[in-house]
Design a binder for this molecule. Structure first.
Ligand code: ADP
Ligand code: MG
Length: 585
C-alpha cells in the first residue's frame, strides 16, 4: 500500500503557510508523506499541543542503497538488532550535533532524544524492509506562547536539519570498521550465550573487560585507574567466537558459586556486570565480553512490595499470628519475605542462575548461624544456605552469591572465587583445614508448583481521575521522573529492582504486555509464569507491534525477557488469582 509522495518543497511551503495558525492545525500533517531526493518523512501521529508528552511520531524512510547498508549488516537476527541499534545511535548523534532544539515554548521545536543504554536491545523503532529502512523518531513540533504554530522553524527542522541528520547517519554507516565491530561484538555475544551450556558454563567474563563504572550513577566505563579483568589460571577457559576468534576468560560453572573478598575489592561490580550480561553491550563499554546465562536473575530484598498468594513455605513457615505461608499475601513485604518470594517466583518463571549480593539482601534469609538456630528455634525462616544445594541438585538452578561477611556459604560451595584488588583468584582448593558450617536439614523438600491462576481483572488499565470526575480507558506510562515505575491505571508498578531491565522502553513494553495479559486471561487459566511465557510467545510470533493498542505503533518498545515479565505480573498490587490444579515444575 504505497502512498503517493509529495516533494519536500510542498512540506516547506505547507509549514510556512501554517505559521501563526493555531497549534492544533499541525494535525493536518497526520498521515502525510513527503519525499526528499534522499529520504522521506511520514507524519505518523501528531500531538495537539506543544508540551504534549510523549511528542509526535514521524518516520524517516531511506533505502538501503542510499544509506550504504551492506549485506553483512542484516545477515542474521543478532546483526539486524545490532544494525538497528547502530542506526539509532547515529540518528541520536546527528540530532546532538546538528539540531538547534528548543525552538519553541516548553521544549517544543525539538527532536526528542532517546536515551540508549550500553546494552543492545531488540526494539520496534527501526524497521527493515527488503529495500528500505524506517526509523521512527519523536519530535515536538515548535509552538509559541499563545499556542501558535512556528511554521518557519518547523520547515527548517524537516529540511535543513533533517538533511544533515541524514548526512550523519550516512557518515556513521560509512565508518565500516566501527559499524562492523558493532555488529561483530553483538553477534559474538549472542553466539557465546547460546554456546555457554556446551562449554559447561553459566557465565563468562573475558580477559580485558573493564567492569567498573565511572560513578555510581553512570553507565560509562571507568577510565582512570580501572583494573583490567584477567582470569586466574585455575578458572580460565577459552572460547571460540565467530568474529573475534579465540577468547580467554573466567568461566563460571553450574552449581553453587561463592564470591568472597575484602570490602571495596570489586565483588558487587562483578556481580552487577554479570546481571547485565544477559544482553550484549556496545563496543567500548568494557563489558562486551561479559556473557551470562540468558535466564540469570538478580535476587534482592525489596521491602514494601506486594506478594500475592504465593507458597513461600520452602523458606518461611509458621509465621506469627497464623499468617498462611502457603498462600502468602502482603501489600508490604519485609526484607526476608520479599527475597523469599523473589526466589520462588524467579525459579517458577524459569530462572537458571540466581545472582545474589549480600549488600542488597536480607541477611536472615541468607544465613543463620549455629547459636541462632539454638536460641530461636521458632524462627520461621529456613535460610537459603539450607536450600542452595537442593536448588541445584533437584532443580538445576545455579547460584552466584557474594558473601564477604560470613564464611557459611563456603561449606556448600562448588566453586569459590575471591576478588583481590579487583581481580579474581580461585579459592576452591584453599578451603582445606577450615571448619566450615553445615547447612540445616529442612523438614520438607523444596517445591515450586504454582497453583495460582491469574484472573483478567488483575489488569485494569483504566484511570479514574477523582479530582475531575473523569475516567480514562487506558493509562500506561512511566511515572514522572521515575522511568522504571509504571503507572498502570490507578496503580503503580515498581520495576526498579529488576536489575537486568536495561531501558525504560522495556518497562513500557511490560506495561502494554500486561494489557494484553488481561485479554489472554479472559480465555485462559494460567499461572503468572505461564502467562509470561504466553506473552513472550505472542511477541516472538507477531513482533513487538502486538503490544501496541490499535496497532498504531506510536509506542517505542524494547523487548523484555520472560523473567522480567513474570516478575512484573507477580509485583502487581492488584493481582487476583484463584488456586487451580497442581502443576509441578
Ligand atoms: P565490594 O562489593 O567488594 O565492596 P565494589 O564492587 O562495590 O566492592 O567496588 C568498590 C569500588 O571499586 C567501586 O567504586 C568500584 O567502582 C571500584 N572498582 C570495582 N572494580 C574495579 C576495577 N576493576 N578497577 C577499578 N575500580 C574498580
Ligand atoms: Mg559490595
Amino acid at each position: 500500500m504505497r502512498q503517493s509522495l509529495s516533494p519536500i518543497l510542498d512540506l516547506i511551503q505547507f509549514l510556512t503557510a501554517l505559521d501563526g495558525k493555531a497549534f492544533h492545525s499541525y494535525r493536518k500533517l497526520q498521515g502525510k508523506v513527503y519525499a526528499h531526493d534522499r529520504y522521506s518523512i511520514r507524519f505518523f501521529h501528531i500531538q495537539g499541543s506543544p508540551g504534549a508528552f510523549p511528542a509526535s511520531v514521524c518516520h524517516l524512510g531511506l533505502t538501503h542503497e542510499e544509506l550504504g547498508l551492506a549485506d553483512w549488516s542484516l545477515a542474521c537476527r543478532p546483526r539486524k538488532i545490532a544494525t538497528a541499534d547502530y542506526l539509532l545511535r547515529a540518528f541520536q548523534l546527528g540530532v546532538e550535533k546538528h539540531a538547534r532544539q528548543n525552538r519553541g515554548v516548553q521544549g517544543s521545536g525539538s527532536f526528542q532524544p532517546i536515551s540508549l543504554p550500553p546494552q543492545v536491545l531488540e526494539r520496534n523503532i527501526v524497521h527493515f524492509g527488503l529495500t528500505d529502512v524506517r526509523i521512527a523518531f519523536r519530535v515536538s513540533l515548535p509552538g509559541s506562547h499563545d499556542n501558535r504554530i512556528l511554521g518557519r522553524h518547523a520547515a527548517l527542522m524537516f529540511s535543513e536539519e533533517m538533511s544533515v541528520i541524514v548526512d550523519t547517519l550516512k557518515e556513521q554507516v560509512c565508518k565500516t570498521a566501527q559499524f562492523k565491530k558493532h555488529c561483530d561484538v553483538v553477534e559474538d555475544m549472542v553466539f557465546l550465550q547460546q554456546q555457554l551450556h556446551g562449554y559447561g558454563l553459566v557465565a563468562f567474563v573475558g580477559d580485558g573487560a573493564v567492569l567498573a563504572r565511572r560513578s555510581g550513577v553512570s553507565q560509562a566505563p571507568l577510565t582512570d585507574g580501572a583494573v583490567v579483568f584477567r582470569a586466574p589460571a585455575q578458572m580460565a577457559v577459552e572460547v571460540m567466537l565467530p568474529n573475534a576468534g579465540r577468547q580467554r576468560g573466567l568461566g563460571i560453572r553450574p552449581g553453587v558459586n561463592v564470591l568472597i573478598g575484602g570490602g571495596f575489592h570489586g565483588k558487587s561490580t562483578l556481580l552487577d556486570a554479570l546481571s547485565k550480561g544477559v544482553y550484549p553491550h556496545i563496543p567500548g563499554d568494557g563489558r562486551e565480553r561479559v556473557v551470562t546465562h540468558p535466564e540469570a536473575f538478580f535476587i534482592c530484598a525489596e521491602e514494601g512490595r506486594a506478594v500475592n498468594d504465593l507458597d513461600i513455605t520452602g523458606f518461611i513457615n509458621n509465621l506469627p499470628g497464623g499468617v498462611d505461608a502457603e498462600r502468602f499475601s502482603t501489600n508490604n513485604a519485609s526484607g526476608s519475605t520479599s527475597e523469599a518470594a523473589a526466589i520462588v517466583e524467579a525459579v517458577q518463571a524459569g530462572a537458571r542462575l540466581l545472582l545474589i549480593d549480600e549488600d542488597s539482601s536480607a541477611t536472615n534469609l541468607l544465613i543463620k548461624d549455629r547459636n541462632m538456630r539454638k536460641l530461636i528455634p521458632e524462627d520461621p525462616i529456613t535460610p537459603l544456605f539450607d536450600r542452595v544445594r537442593e536448588l541445584f541438585r533437584r532443580f538445576g538452578v545455579s547460584t552466584l552469591i557474594v558473601a564477604g561477611g560470613s564464611s557459611d556459604y563456603l561449606g556448600v560451595a562448588d566453586h569459590v572465587i575471591a576478588m583481590r584488588n579487583y581481580l579474581p583468584v580461585s579459592m576452591t582448593d584453599r578451603l582445606r583445614g577450615l571448619t566450615l558450617a553445615e547447612p540445616g536439614k529442612p523438614a520438607k523438600p523444596l517445591m515450586f508448583e504454582d497453583k495460582r491462576r491469574v484472573l483478567a481483572e488483575s489488569f485494569d488499565p483504566s484511570y479514574r481521575a477523582e479530582r475531575i470526575g473523569k475516567t480514562i480507558a487506558v493509562r500506561i506510562k512511566p511515572l514522572r521522573l521515575q522511568e522504571r515505575v509504571l503507572e498502570f491505571g490507578n496503580a503503580q508498578l515498581d520495576l526498579t529492582k529488576l536489575k537486568a531491565l536495561a531501558d525504560p522502553s522495556q518497562a513500557l513494553a511490560i506495561g502494554y504486555a500486561l494489557l494484553l495479559a488481561g485479554r489472554i486471561c479472559r480465555d485462559s487459566s494460567l499461572s503468572p509464569s505461564d502467562l509470561a511465557r504466553t506473552l513472550c510467545e505472542r511477541i516472538e510470533k507477531e513482533g513487538l507491534a502486538v503490544l501496541s493498542p490499535n496497532k498504531d505503533d506510536t509506542c517505542f518498545f524494547a523487548l523484555p525477557r520472560r523473567l522480567e515479565l513474570a516478575a512484573a505480573i507477580n509485583r502487581l498490587r492488584r493481582l487476583k488469582v484463584v488456586l487451580g490444579k497442581d502443576e509441578t515444575l
